[in-house]
Design a protein around this ligand. Sequence first.
Ligand code: NAD
Length: 510
Amino acid sequence: MTVEAETRNIPHFIGGRAVTAVASRTSDVFDPNSGRVQARVALGTASELQQAVDAAQAAQPAWAAVNPQRRARVMFEFKRLVERDMDDLARLLASEHGKVVADAKGDIQRGLDVVEFACGIPHVLKGEYTQGAGPGIDVYSMRQPIGIGAGITPFNFPAMIPLWMSAVAMACGNAFILKPSERDPSVPVRLAELFMEAGLPAGIFQVVHGDKEMVDAILDHPAISAVSFVGSSDIAHYVYRRGVDNGKRVQAMGGAKNHGIVMPDADLDQTVADLCGAAFGSAGERCMALPVVVPVGQDTAERLKAKLVPAIEALRVGVSTDAEAHYGPVVTAQHKARIEQWIQTGVDEGAELVVDGRGFSLQGHEDGFFVGPTLFDHVTPDMSAYREEIFGPVLQMVRADSFEGALALPSQHQYGNGVAIFTRNGHAAREFAARVNVGMVGINVPIPVPVAYHSFGGWKRSGFGDHNQHGEEGVRFWTKVKTVTQRWPNASGAASGSSLSDAFMIPTMK
Ligand code: NAD
């Protein structure tokens, strides 16, 4: 692999400034379009984390004491700055991730949607109040920040997912330490710089880079009270267990294998367009991608396949800056090899390979990490290529004989992130939404990522912990509730006239 003469070093962002550590270990950051190393990122240690925690501890109490309206104003200004720099941020993101620039803008925009939600934080932070809960007694509750929170994020949404977590955490009055993916770490550092420009105090949003060593340091640090993780399921489960063992609050979102159910009455032209976008957009590297399609009935399967195959063969794979491309390269050479290995496994397990995307080469970009679109038919639930997440541009068709058979597939799968049903039948859609054992459901919506003021979270091995991302769920995760029971005696004595003997009983409001 060629390393360019002047390789850029991507710094940590600690205490309000870029910090270039003298790291004993670094990780290469590629341009997936060319296959070349374009930068290096330091893999940090407990020592850099300690610097970040020190800065967070120094800054957080004053930030929590700032009234929520002023914290919201920082979010408003940050949103303006990101919009100002949208083109540059999207190009930078695409150059490390490989998604096309228009899709990179969507990644940033979905993060900004959560920033917009955080602009309304004064309203959602209002507590509860009961006047006269007992004689002369009032009860009120308030939400207070947890203190210092950390986010550990995956490569596939380097802007959206850090903003899901940090915007809500910081608006609630916390300091936030981000450990982004080491594969595309530049945009998170730019976000840190923009937060400073927006007026956020130093030490409230910080970025420490690294791999397992840094993640373990975060999970073991006693001053970090809450950890939000998004990534693959085995690591999500590990992070959840280790964090909880250390007494932290942890939410850990994992992998996915989302199904799209196609009923016999579905509008097939619309469904094919939706399936192509959801299965192959961003090269299938989305946790809300739709890599499994389940036509109900053999006739539906044949009609769908007849339309799907030419649509897939017409897809344009190109570099991130190609405005006509439907999708770009995958993130690394290792990931490309892994996807191609899964395609081989599907063949070995007996599925019918209808469109083969292996060995795809883009003229002029022969070393880029491109994988062509791939379609399998006659995939069955016993195949490991069906059970596991591939996270590439591979669509698998699993044929079902009935609505009940189709409903059982996503319900019984180990993952339960998202699912979609395509139908004109309102009753079938309603039944499906009520009964399917999956966290997020689309009805004629292929990628049902909830809007920012609702919340995002999957079930089963797609999510460990009990709070979703963003919306009011996010506010609950990043705050703790304090409840006050108060009695104010009047000038002449006790408010409720309780006697000495009463004082020995468990208080009741009788
Ligand atoms: P990943 O699990 O490899 O990495 C996620 C984070 O964990 C990174 O910050 C990484 O540095 C860290 N990490 C990696 N190995 C570790 C280890 N052994 N111990 C501790 N930490 C470690 O995931 P990825 O490849 O970056 O992202 C793709 C995965 O994320 C897919 O499985 C996808 O479905 C999932 N994902 C889930 C959601 C969701 O909301 N459910 C959203 C996006 C992505």
